[in-house]
Write a protein that binds this ligand. Structure first.
Ligand code: ZN
Length: 142
């Protein structure tokens, strides 16, 4: 079963989507299987990481930006090649096991939509606001 969600990603950040994934799994009625969470964007990703201390995702953004800095020799006219690199490294999907109707996540794990394009806040300030809404999809199978 396929479920689609949108979220408002107005700045570079990790947005928790664990509640939406839990909701979709509950709606699916699947008790044992897998759910695939997929992000159809080239400058965002899906990540599973710590859900307890918000400083962790803060530090992840700092680390990603240090690992993938913007470079003068990049050619991509949109100016967000660093975000494309981060998205390629992070990946566009995550697969989570469903056991007894629940997500088989570790105690400290949460699922995130990672908006990793540092230029998104500038584009959100533009009149057409093309970057405002992002989609992610879930597919749960038994
Ligand atoms: Zn681009």
């Amino acid at each position: 079963m396929l479920y689609e969600y949108t979220l408002s990603a107005q700045r570079e950040d990790f947005y928790s989507i664990t509640p939406q994934v839990r909701e979709a799994v509950a709606k699916s009625g699947i008790t044992d299987g897998i759910v695939v969470v997929f992000c159809p964007h080239t400058t965002a990703g899906i990540a599973i990481n710590e859900n307890a201390d918000p400083d962790v995702v803060h530090d992840l953004l700092i680390g990603l930006n240090k690992a993938f800095p913007d470079r003068a020799e990049f050619r991509h006219g949109e100016g967000n090649s660093a975000a494309h690199l981060k998205a390629s490294a992070m990946g566009s999907s995550a697969t989570i096991i469903i056991a007894k109707g629940k997500l088989l996540l570790g105690t400290w794990q949460g699922i995130y939509f990672a908006e990793i394009d540092a230029t998104v806040s500038q584009r959100c300030a533009m009149p057409h606001k093309t970057a405002l809404y992002k989609r992610f999809c879930l597919c749960a199978v038994a």
